[in-house]
Design a protein around this ligand. Structure first.
Ligand code: ACO
Length: 422
């Protein structure tokens, strides 16, 4: 039996054969690259829900099983035993670092965490009403003019430098985006602090005030960064690869990814969770909102429940659920918002409507609660997501650039406009 699929055109009876390609895990794919030349037709796949757009060896997801692997390591194992920087190293270098490699990686991150002073003028130009994501995206795009040589990066050491720079500078740019918007003094990176601790310090500190960072807060934020590090070919990663396929500057590709991530259907979802919990407000209102979520005639959806790919408990949500409980317990928060969140989680996990549709709490539900507990402002949630995801984006971009040849991403369409009018 040949490893092919045969497509029959029932209008003419003509058949066409396409090879089946097998990966190491997950569904096989039908290679339809010769479809148009063979049949004169395209495929129609809105949202690319049935399309594999590349070969990749970075991240694997099994949505039915609720499995997520980075370079073959299960996310629960990584979260239990490693830090965000170690997993960043893993994505970039295809292996976890030994103690010596990790020390060198950490040191390089620290040294590269400062940004060119000329960038201050860019931050300064934004009005107070700017969303921090707007400032972040513009500042990251501007990095392409501070490091023009990365445009032609094609050697391993050049890829390394462009990756280290962007990962190391992202927390600084993120914290500055927030502080310039608020009009409060910026705080430069502190080299005595670790990667995640330093970000919290740059976000929270004041020149006149000692900042108290609890180890559990740093651990919780580090876990949020790690849990967002990469997620296969999602909208923002696909955007980074699409822009990369035109050979644009790597930091222009990352800036495009930030634009894609901003929306509430992607990186803005955890902010949506908290805004919805704030709107529900009190325990008395929970039943009313649950009834709305279940009402077929009401477009209202419970934010933080369900996932396009995971039809089982999102493995990232499992890790963050535990971390969220630990954080809340250790810092001792007991807000009305938390009570509302707990009640909704309880109902959704036992109610037939949610069970029968596989609507489990997703990663955004718990990351929203963690970021809220850390006192991070709602409009910084997507920015936090970017700090984590940039390690994945840059690894995916390097993987694209390492291929023998890059094919520009150029989908086709089903034209439904006017036919020739003259
Ligand atoms: N609340 C209430 N009902 C829901 C919800 C929800 N959050 N999500 C899905 N449903 C219902 C739908 O109404 C539908 O019901 P029906 O079968 O009776 O018509 C059924 O569950 C299936 O819904 P679909 O929209 O087909 O599921 P899909 O997998 O396409 O949607 C999505 C996934 C978009 C994430 C959806 O669950 C949703 O809107 N969730 C809320 C928003 C959210 O939390 N987004 C973040 C996702 S995580 C991330 O992107 C990183």
């Amino acid at each position: 039996m040949s490893n092919t699929v045969t497509l029959t055109d029932n209008r003419t009876g003509a058949s066409y054969e396409f090879p089946i390609l097998d990966g190491t895990k997950g569904p096989s794919v039908i290679d339809i690259s010769t479809l148009f030349t063979q049949t004169g037709m395209f495929t129609f796949d809105r949202g690319y829900t049935s399309t594999a757009m590349c070969r990749s060896s970075i991240t694997f997801i099994d949505g039915q099983k609720g499995e997520l692997l980075h370079r073959g390591y299960d996310i629960a194992y990584l979260a239990e035993n490693h830090t965000f920087l170690e997993v960043s190293y893993l994505l970039l270098n295809k292996k976890l670092p030994n103690a010596h490699e990790l020390e060198a990686f950490r040191l390089e991150m620290k040294k590269r965490s400062f940004i060119h002073e000329g960038m201050m003028k860019i931050f300064d130009a934004f009005p107070d009403k700017s969303h921090p994501m707007a400032i972040l995206q513009a500042a990251v795009a501007s990095l392409s003019s501070f490091y023009p040589d990365h445009l032609n990066a094609n050697k391993p050491e050049e890829f390394h430098e462009m990756a280290m720079r962007i990962i190391a500078k992202m927390p600084t740019i993120a914290a500055f985006s927030y502080r310039f918007k608020k009009g409060i003094p910026i705080i430069y990176p502190n080299l005595d602090r670790g990667f995640t601790e330093n970000f919290l310090y740059m976000l929270r500190s004041y020149p006149y005030e000692h900042v108290d960072l609890k180890p559990i807060e740093v651990k919780a934020l580090d876990t949020v960064f790690m849990l967002h590090i990469d997620h296969e070919q999602n909208a923002s990663t696909t955007t980074v690869r699409t822009v990369g396929s035109t050979h644009a500057h790597p930091y222009a590709c990352i800036a495009a990814g930030i634009g894609a991530l901003w929306g509430h259907a992607h990186g803005g979802a955890n902010e949506g969770v908290i805004r919805q919990l704030e709107a529900i407000g009190t325990l008395d209102n929970v039943d009313k909102f649950i009834a709305r979520a279940k009402d077929k005639n009401d477009p209202f959806r419970l934010m933080g429940f369900g996932h396009r790919v995971y039809k089982n408990f999102d493995p990232r949500a499992k890790v963050l659920k535990k971390m969220c409980a630990q954080l809340i317990d250790e810092i001792g928060i007991d807000s009305e918002l938390l009570k509302v969140a707990r009640r909704i989680e309880e109902i959704a996990l036992s109610d037939e409507y949610f069970i029968s549709r596989n609507l489990y709490p997703n990663v955004d539900f718990y990351s929203g609660l963690i970021l809220k507990a850390l006192g991070i402002p709602n409009d910084m949630f997507a920015v936090i997501f970017v700090i984590g995801r940039v390690s994945g984006w840059i690894s995916q971009l390097i993987e694209l650039k390492e291929q023998d040849s890059i094919k520009i991403v150029r989908p086709r369409q089903l034209y439904v406009g006017e036919s020739n009018r003259v």
